[in-house]
Design a protein around this ligand. Structure first.
Ligand code: ADP
Ligand code: MG
Length: 491
């Protein structure tokens, strides 16, 4: 026997200009159930959550809440009706703390700040989350921001939780913790919708799955009764290609070197006396739970941030994919502008400081083809591309033309299976061309599959390092969690 849903989409359609983002979608979220929503980039997953959260109005079809048709009149209305959202792009206001962000949504509810602090503490405690309530959101790591949004949603009294790719920046211990909370919340009667690209993750936490493909539901079923190949086929229409192993090669001279670098960056944790070297043709993987100094390390390596101590050898020819992709794009301009951003000083694209629009358009069209950026329209403002497509554009632009050094922070973050493979192939290709690659990621499998050597950052320090051949998942998991790494303990 199944319980009746708290909220459902009924035959919802939504069109944006030329794209049919949702096409007759049915989706029912039941209390006690974790429902995973799968699909390639651009399949319509975020749009479906936005419709449920009152951020987009359906063109056709509607929403049923507690058995009755409703119209969600914006976000404030959906919050009042108990729909909590942890959005893909994040909805916290950067300059404000978590407490202030909560106050902002409910000015009338809380006479005093202390009430808000209290509610947020209680919500976080109940969900087993530790939060820094008084740091401005922009200074929190991605993981803390996401957990902060989750706590805010709970403090707002959510009965339905919509989580749009909440795990892309978390490490295995944090993901395990989050999943335990989600299960607890589900058991207390909350309905949870969870978006991820990682099938193994989905199997840990979800009861039922819905797959979207080009805006249509292509599969719906219980997770335990559906195998991975069936899900992948429903997502892509075919099985995605397997990655090829990268042959071991001799590597070139050291191109990127940080020696005893101490730096205070955007994270709460500074980088403390970190030394790394990356040779031409080599991929150095940096693992760690978001917020342990990786972002600062990436910024120093990319030459964006100057350390307070230590020395840095980098290059002007450095490709940089920052953790927050919007930092690398011109959101309001046609996407072709973002596509040529690295090339603006080249005569092919700019004469006397004036951008050659047609050359930019041709370059962008080729890049869009190579990286399968959808829609194939370089005139669309970059901000209107879906998150995954923005990422494809950014990585493609940066890796184009074999840069001397590439600093890639979460380059496949939020990408679907097919796009992920395309990006990984380009990273391998760059290394083969002699680029020194610093790959920062919280995705262990990704780093393991690509890197020649690995370092693990914890609390701003190198907690462990080893060759890819000596990879040991338990050891890495422990280092990422700040636990002693067994045996010799490296002293
Ligand atoms: N505000 C918008 N304006 C124009 N197109 C949009 C807008 N939001 C989403 N889209 C398009 O709708 C499609 C579905 O996007 P989205 O729901 O974000 O996909 P997903 O979350 O599955 O990656 C994509 O092609 C995207 O480019
Ligand atoms: Mg999305």
């Amino acid at each position: 026997m199944t319980t009746s849903p708290i909220v459902s989409l009924r035959a919802v359609s939504k069109r944006f200009a030329t794209v049919q983002a949702l096409d007759g979608v049915d989706l029912a979220l039941r209390p006690g159930e974790v429902h995973v929503l799968l699909g390639e980039n651009g399949a319509g997953k975020s749009t479906a959550t936005k419709v449920l959260a009152g951020l987009e109005a359906p063109d056709d079809g509607g929403i049923v809440l507690d058995g009755d048709p409703v119209v969600m009149r914006g976000r404030a209305d959906s919050i009042r009706r108990g729909v909590g959202l942890v959005s893909q792009s994040g909805s916290l206001i950067g300059g404000l703390t978590l407490v202030e962000n909560l106050l902002l949504t409910h000015t009338s509810w809380f006479a005093r700040r202390s009430t808000a602090v209290d509610m947020l503490h209680r919500a976080a405690d109940a969900a087993g989350i530790t939060l820094d309530l008084d740091t401005p959101a922009h200074a929190l790591g991605v993981a803390q921001r996401q957990l902060g949004e989750l706590a805010i949603a709970l403090a707002q009294g959510a009965r339905v939780l919509l989580l749009d790719e909440p795990t892309s920046a978390l490490g295995p211990h944090e993901i395990g913790g989050l999943f335990a909370r989600l299960r607890q919340l589900a058991e207390s009667g909350v309905a949870i919708l969870f978006i991820t690209h990682r099938l193994s993750e989905m199997r840990q936490v979800a009861d039922v799955a819905t797959v979207l493909s080009h805006g249509k539901v292509s599969l719906h079923g219980s997770v335990s009764e559906t195998d991975d190949d069936t899900l992948l086929r429903a997502m892509t229409g075919e099985l995605p290609p397997r990655a090829v192993e990268r042959p071991h090669r001799t590597v070139g001279p050291v191109l990127l070197r940080l020696a005893e670098v101490t730096a205070a960056g955007p994270e709460r944790v500074p980088l403390r006396s970190v030394s790394i070297e990356v040779r031409g043709g080599e991929i150095l993987g940096v693992l760690g739970v978001a917020g342990n100094g990786q972002r600062t390390l990436a910024e120093v390596a990319a030459g964006v941030l100057t350390p307070s101590l230590g020395s840095v050898q980098t290059s002007r020819d450095v490709a940089y994919v920052p953790e927050t992709r919007s930092d690398g794009l011109l959101p309001d301009m046609p996407a072709k502008r973002s596509a040529v951003l690295r090339r603006l000083t080249e005569p092919a694209f700019a004469r006397l400081g004036v951008l050659d629009d047609r050359a930019a358009g041709r370059f962008a069209a080729e890049l869009f083809d190579r990286y399968d950026v959808r829609p194939r329209d370089p005139e669309v403002p970059a901000a209107l591309l879906s998150g995954g497509n923005q990422q494809k554009l950014l990585v493609g632009r940066e890796l184009d033309g074999a840069p001397r050094i590439a600093v890639l922070h979460g380059p496949t973050q939020g990408l679907d299976v097919r796009a992920t493979e395309a990006v990984r192939t380009e990273i391998r290709h760059a290394a083969e061309e002699g680029t020194a690659v610093l790959l920062v990621s919280s995705d262990i499998d990704e780093v393991r599959g690509l890197a020649d050597r690995l370092v693990v950052l914890f609390d701003g320090r190198v907690a462990d390092q080893f060759d890819a051949a000596d990879f040991d998942a338990t050891r890495v998991g422990r280092a990422m969690a700040g636990l002693p790494t067994t045996a010799a303990d490296h002293q």
